[in-house]
Design a protein around this ligand. Structure first.
Ligand code: IPM
Ligand code: MG
Length: 347
């Protein structure tokens, strides 16, 4: 079990530190941790947010535990040197095309979400977000129009094979859950989405047991706060999935609780909290490490097939929350290490 630990910027080192303590506590045989530089931290040391040495570590590993990248002081850099390119580069270079972002309300937190408790408690959904294509990776640029106005542009596209493989990931995930899949697109306006919808329908023939629905993204954003209990698995493109998953995090209480897996074909994956580097609280010991700890649980499940250990971690986090251990993101006062200790004590 060779795990690359890429802590990154801001609160990244603090939260990955706690997740590593949890992994070590499990006493897994063959656990090997290798650190690498990513993001702004890597730029400052090596002049690049995703140095070749880091990519080599990633390629030699069985899975990656990732913290966060992002540094306002580096936002003036050319785009390819900005911290965010580390995670975008890893996703692309390693073919991490399927991003799983589960969201459910932990017991005891029903009153802390942005929704009414009776609406929030119904949430138990999984967003399956495509991660290698869409407007994120299309051609882009800044140009001058003939009349001298500046124009920024980004090309959105999906090829059918890209849609097909994420559709399969969505249907497969649905088969392990309540067998309901909602494909989110903007087919009333975008050609990219029309192809998306056509291909999802083609793939659905392979999964007759799964109930398939289609929803426009604006409606999906509305339904996610109106009646989130209707969703089981949501499959969508890179940009829509980015937006809807942040929204889902607030529906369940805090972005500090949402884990994610970014999977390649096979068992390789990158696991990261969906929150960012939170520069405002970095280095203060205030960040909630639960999302990263839960990401480590997803790693054990998806990359190593260690379902029992994954559940152990998830139950320890749930128990800590039920006992009132809450970080500042949940209106509590527990610090990073205190939360880590609380989870360790309940493992
Ligand atoms: C996410 C983040 C990234 C994204 C950023 C940091 C590039 O928001 O993982 O959701 O947009 O995908
Ligand atoms: Mg995002």
């Amino acid at each position: 079990m060779r795990i690359a630990v890429f802590a990154g910027d801001g609160i990244g080192p603090e939260v990955t530190g706690e997740a590593v303590r949890v992994l070590e506590k499990l006493g897994l045989p063959n656990l090997e941790l290798v650190e690498g530089d990513v993001g702004g931290a890597a730029y400052r040391k090596h002049g690049h947010p995703l140095p070749e040495a880091t990519l080599d570590i990633a390629r030699s590993a069985d899975a990656i535990l990732f913290g966060a990248v992002g540094d306002f002081d580096l936002d003036h850099l050319e785009r390819h040197l900005r911290p965010e390119q580390a995670v975008l580069g890893l996703r692309k270079e390693l073919g991490l095309f399927a991003n799983l972002r589960p969201a459910r309300v932990f017991k005891g937190l029903e009153g802390l979400t942005s929704l009414r408790p009776e609406v929030a408690q119904e949430i138990d959904l999984l967003i399956v977000r495509e991660l290698n294509g869409d407007v994120y990776f299309g051609e882009k640029g800044m140009r001058r129009l003939e009349d001298g106005r500046r124009q920024g542009w980004d090309m959105m596209s999906y090829a059918e094979d890209e849609v097909r493989r994420i559709a399969h990931a969505g249907f497969k995930a649905a088969m392990t859950r309540d067998k309901k899949l909602c494909s989110v697109d903007k087919a009333n306006v975008l050609e990219t989405s029309q192809l998306w919808r056509d291909v999802v329908i083609e793939v659905s023939k392979d999964y007759p047991e799964v109930e398939l629905a289609h929803m426009y993204v604006d409606n999906a954003a509305m339904q996610l706060v109106k009646n989130p209990g209707q969703f089981d698995v949501v499959v969508t493109g890179n940009l829509f999935g980015d937006i809807l998953s942040d929204q889902a995090s607030m529906c369940v209480g805090s972005i500090g609780l949402l884990a994610s897996a970014s999977l390649a074909e096979g068992s390789f994956g990158l696991y990261e909290p969906i929150h960012g580097s939170a520069p405002d609280i970095a280095g203060k010991g205030l960040a909630n490490p639960m999302a990263t700890i839960l990401s480590a649980a997803m790693m054990l499940r998806h990359s190593f097939g260690l379902e029992a250990e994954a559940v152990r971690i998830e139950e320890a986090v749930a128990a800590a929350l039920a006992d009132g251990i809450k970080g500042g993101d949940l209106g509590g006062s527990a610090g990073t290490v205190e939360i880590g200790d609380a989870v360790l004590a309940r493992l």
